[in-house]
Design a protein around this ligand. Structure first.
Ligand SMILES: Cc1ncc(COP(=O)(O)O)c(C=O)c1O
Length: 386
């Protein structure tokens, strides 16, 4: 059976060039990057080359990059590295659980957290941020691109407000990296998280940009790896893969890859909306990354549609990978004002670099028919139509 994967916000396949770059670092160049002999120097050099590539993607100094085990650890390091009892932290109601649950944990530790609302498009209002800042506000952490809707927050404006108020600004850019250009200086952030497996690098590796002069308490204690900001022997093959993926991501902005993806996504979205009645894009009217489309299909149970599409060979998702199977409607969509039944009726399509136009045509052929079939079985739909 033909299988088409349009769930790239959950994870992306490792590109062949990335795999090729990584493979010598499993057995041939196996040294511990902290060893001073030849084997260690070889892997140390590879780690530092990767650091340069990641720094180039984010437009920062290589020394400002800390390698981690992924987006979750980067988010945790930024948040727990800064917040202390007595501090106040500001975040939004549409964060990934890596930030949301970290903030809930801060509250358990006696740190007050303000959760900013979003409008119907999923956007934070910068004025709400301005009024939420208090004398003891230490950190604002707001997602750059949402994993469920692809909506891009006005991070430049948020960065300016935070810097004027002398508040640290962290942004989770896990879903923004490789999809939109990132320049940490233009954003004005102090900390920024990325993850390898969302940019066609391997799973289990990520990075945190830490602006020079920002002192973080480490989360792991051990050796003085990563300038004592993250102890533990480096995941050399993973880091090399992340570096290669960062290089490819940069090329994607120059060679029109992101524009190609935006055109495919728009075609997918418009075709579905034209062929399915009572369907709407979540996050419509807001700036979005080029690969994501989150569509709500009235009278449909999202999980049922995902299973129906999977049986026909199309992999999509209801949103956050970790919440698949949960009965709770998406906190992101409900924060945007969607009724719980409509949030549950929403499906995320997310494209990757490996998807040719034929994959989108496959989805366009399949989705309207499967929605129609499920609606025929829906008592509510039949009642409304009667
Ligand atoms: C916005 C966002 N932040 C953080 C993460 C966590 O990243 P990782 O899977 O590398 O821990 C994800 C993964 O889904 C994400 O989409």
């Amino acid at each position: 059976m033909r299988r088409v994967y349009l769930d790239n916000n959950a994870t992306t396949p490792v590109l062949p060039e990335v795999l090729e770059a990584m493979s010598p670092y499993f057995a041939e160049h196996f040294g511990n990057a902290s060893s001073i002999h030849h084997h260690g120097q070889e892997t140390r050099a590879a780690v530092e080359r990767a650091r340069e590539s990641v720094a180039a993607l984010l437009v920062c100094r290589p020394a400002e990059i800390v390698f981690t085990s992924g987006g979750t650890e980067s988010d945790n390091l930024a948040i727990f590295g800064l917040a202390r009892p007595g501090d106040h932290v500001i975040t939004s109601s549409v964060e990934h659980h890596a930030v949301l649950n970290s903030c809930k944990q801060l509250e358990e530790r006696g740190i007050e957290v303000t959760y900013l609302p979003v409008d119907g498009r999923g956007l934070v209002n910068p004025d709400d941020l301005r009024s939420a800042i208090r004398p003891n506000t230490k950190l604002t952490t707001i997602i750059m691109a949402n994993n469920e809707t692809g909506v891009l927050q006005p991070v430049d404006e948020i960065g300016k407000i935070c810097s004027d108020a002398d508040v640290y600004f962290h942004t989770d850019a896990v879903q923004a990296a490789s999809k939109v250009p990132i320049n940490v200086k233009e954003i004005g952030c102090d900390l920024l998280s990325i993850s390898g497996h969302k940019i066609h690098g391997p799973q289990g590796v990520g990075a945190l940009y830490v602006r020079k002069g920002t002192t973080l308490d480490p989360m792991l204690y051990g050796g003085s790896h990563e300038r004592s900001r993250r102890a533990g022997t480096e995941n050399v093959p993973g880091i090399v893969g992340l570096g290669k993926a960062a290089e490819i991501a940069m090329k994607g902005f120059e060679n029109g890859e992101t524009t190609r993806m935006a055109a495919l996504r728009d075609h997918l979205e418009n075709s579905i909306l034209q062929n399915v009645e009572s369907a709407r894009v979540n996050g419509e009217g807001a700036p979005r990354v080029p690969n994501t489309s989150n569509i709500f299909f009235e009278y449909i149970e999202g999980e049922a549609l995902i299973i129906a599409l999977d049986l026909k060979g199309l992999a999509v998702s209801t949103g956050a990978a970790c919440s698949s199977g949960a009965i709770e409607p998406s906190h992101v969509l409900t924060a945007m004002g969607l009724r719980p039944d409509r949030a549950r009726a929403s499906i995320r399509f997310s494209l990757g670099k490996q998807n040719p136009a034929e994959d989108v045509e496959f989805a366009i052929d399949l989705v309207p028919a499967q929605v129609a079939r499920l609606r025929e079985l829906s008592p509510l739909y039949n009642k409304v139509r009667a």
